[in-house]
Design a protein around this ligand. Structure first.
Ligand code: PLP
Length: 456
């Protein structure tokens, strides 16, 4: 039996990690040369690593630790639930109180008409559920040809075969035979990177109209659904121009296309409302949830489904489910997370206090020679780096080179900011205090200064 501990030398743990542990989105060479950063504990918005560094986590883990780290209530609920009922499934006409209570609470928080929850273990699994659910819905309605799903380039919907196909990441499609048939990708509404000389409004409309063109190309009788993140996260925090979502909604309504909003990042307060769909003014039939549902304390995801789709899907047996659908410990922990979010009014706080403070802080970086302008909604932000602000020019180096340099300078200054290409990404725990936002901004500025100095 292994007896490793946080007290062992970092290099020894790193060597064992490199020898036996396969990491997502990482190369063996990186692991062998640098060694993975070992996180030993976390509290509030701070991580501690095996070298004793106190690191401000401006990414809330992977966009998920909305209530912050180290909440004893969450551990207590998990322990209690494990003692009472550590596991039982929700297949074949069985259920338990944590799953019932969580589904009820989610339905209460979700927009009107979205009253049903199909649980999964993650966002990827939930999006796989969505593929089968929308196809089954149309088949049950006597329209089995309505099976194609339209998504967008540079979208992220997960890593499984189905959800990775829904996603529009070319580097993921390059591995493992993705996308599966019947999934199509239109262009994304990323004005900063792709808008050229158009105004954001013109560009938003043009990109939305690509959905209509794709539906007409495939035939409206062949299209089941359109899936999109209200605000793209992993694609670089892409906040669509104002004209985009109203036009998408019009097109989905006009052609009877189900709208799936992937709320895995946007959900549970990140954009200043409970759901990004509310922030962007859309009316989805299905919402994908995970991450902020449990603040990452337990793996859990799901699909929130409108009355009409749930009724049709449930009319015959939906031959789909996961061993851990509605897992009692994960459900109890998620319920406690929702209690904390509500009791501490964290969604209002994002909208009225934390979000505006983060915006003001980030905008103070606008004068920096590398910063091409701030994009922010609630507590989800990006800083595009550029050699020339006015033209939104790209660096001569390979995309991502400068972003990577800046990320490394962030680490060196005890700040976690992620880079997507040459964009820096920020998505802190929603509980971040105002003085912690100041610290985040001062560390970010130092990292930007050091990156700029390296480029000279
Ligand atoms: N959908 C979106 C919008 C995401 O950002 C992610 C993960 O980052 C997923 C789905 C996949 O979720 P998971 O990693 O829990 O499978």
């Amino acid at each position: 039996m292994s007896v490793l501990s946080n007290h062992m030398p970092t290099a020894e743990l790193q060597a064992l990690d490199a020898a036996h542990h396969m990491h997502p989105f990482t190369t063996n060479d990186e692991l062998a040369e640098k060694g993975a950063r070992i996180i030993t504990r976390a509290k509030g918005v701070f991580l501690t690593d095996s070298e004793g560094n106190e690191i401000l986590d401006a990414m809330a883990g992977l966009w998920c630790v909305n209530i912050g780290y180290g909440r004893p209530e969450m551990a207590e609920v998990a322990a209690r639930q494990m003692m009472e009922l550590p596991y039982y499934n929700t297949f074949f006409m069985t259920t338990h109180v944590p799953a019932i209570a969580l589904a009820q609470e989610i339905a209460k928080l979700a927009p009107e008409g979205l009253n049903h929850v199909f649980f999964a273990g993650s966002g990827s699994e939930a999006n796989d559920t969505n593929i089968r659910m929308v196809r089954t819905y149309w088949a049950e309605k006597g329209k089995p040809a309505k099976s194609h799903i339209i998504s967008r380039k540079n979208a992220y919907h997960g890593s499984s075969v189905g959800s990775g196909s829904l996603g529009g990441m070319a580097y993921m499609h390059a591995q493992g035979g993705l996308p599966i048939p019947g999934i199509h990708h239109i262009n994304q509404p990323d004005w900063w990177a792709e808008g050229g000389d158009m105004t954001p409004e013109e560009f938003g409309l043009a990109r939305a109209e690509e959905l209509e063109a794709k539906i007409l190309e495939l035939g409206e009788d062949n299209v089941a659904a359109f899936i999109a993140e209200p605000i793209q996260g992993a694609g670089g925090v892409v906040i669509p121009p104002q004209t985009y979502w109203p036009e998408i909604q019009r097109i989905c309504d006009a052609y009877e296309i189900l709208l799936i909003a992937d709320e895995v990042i946007c959900g549970f307060g990140r954009t200043g409302n409970w759901f990004g769909s509310q922030t962007m003014g859309i009316r989805p039939h299905i919402m994908t949830i995970a991450k902020g549902l449990s603040s990452g304390y337990q793996p859990i995801g799901g699909s929130i489904v409108c009355d009409e789709v749930a009724q049709v899907i449930g009319a015959t047996e939906f031959n789909h489910g996961y061993t851990y659908s509605g897992h009692p410990v994960a459900a109890a922990v998620a319920l406690e997370n929702l209690r904390i979010l509500q009791e501490e009014k964290l969604v209002d706080r994002v909208r009225d206090v934390g979000g505006p403070a983060l915006k003001a802080g980030l905008e103070s970086l606008n004068d920096h020679p590398l910063v091409g302008g701030i994009s922010i909604k609630g507590m989800m932000a990006s800083i595009p780096l550029t050699p020339h602000k006015e033209s939104r020019a790209k660096f001569a180096t390979d995309a991502g080179t400068v972003g990577y340099m800046c990320r490394e300078r962030c680490f060196a200054n005890n700040l976690v900011m992620r880079h997507v290409g040459d964009r820096m990404i920020i998505s802190p725990p929603l509980v971040i205090e105002l003085d912690e936002i100041d610290l985040l901004i001062s560390r970010a500025k130092k990292a930007l200064d050091e990156t700029y100095a390296q480029l000279k």
